[in-house]
Design a binder for this molecule. Sequence first.
Ligand code: PXP
Length: 253
Amino acid sequence: MSARPLRLGVNIDHVATVRNARGGFYPDPCRAAHEAIMAGADGITAHLREDRRHIRDEDVERLKRQILTPLNFEIAATDEMVQIARRIRPHAACLVPEKREERTTEGGLDLVGGRERLAAVIPHLAEAGIRISLFVEPEAAAMEAAAGLGADIVELHTGAYAEAALADDRERVARELARLYRAASHGASLGLEIHAGHGLTEENVGDVAAIPEVVELNIGHALIGAAIFVGLPDAVRAMRAAMDRGRARIGAA
Ligand code: PXP
């Protein structure tokens, strides 16, 4: 049986981080989105944070106007963000936890403590025709809670796996991969579409690409970092090739 296609969503937040370091208009995240798509990205992800530290409201408006490829709009489950999403109408809204003091999204959503809030906002997004994705820890309980909340998609947080890979801790890598495999299989059995992301690099992406139920990876920091040296189109092509090598392992074993 051939593996299902694996999509690459390119997160362009850090193009905006570099732009904002000096104010002004360049480098332009929308240009990055166009270049990523031309090089083979299947989707664009942008996270509008409460503090607007990278992507700004006008970036999201321009992205929605200028690109035809699916836009995955990452937001916290706040009234302000839900209103913006309902106006922009992205292909999908990926709900993420957000803390002001964090450098990046450090963990998945709290589906117990945050359940009420999520249950309140999800219908407003769904009603606007927006697909609902929840960024979650790769745990069975999270899969069940996400399905119970009516999510279409779960994005599995790969941060712990990426950290283990970076530390070259083989045992921990194997443990984290096993968690990802189990969660992906359980989530898919509940009817959820399975995505994954966070901390993925050309070196560590292959093992995640080899998880059969995963159909989309969202990758930002490593791609924008590589783009400094090789340019964004080549960085996207190299990531795509690494994903394809991992994916090819399905059915080959
Ligand atoms: N997916 C989600 C939900 C995220 O919050 C992030 C980080 O913004 C990513 C994927 C991409 O992570 P990275 O920049 O480490 O590739």
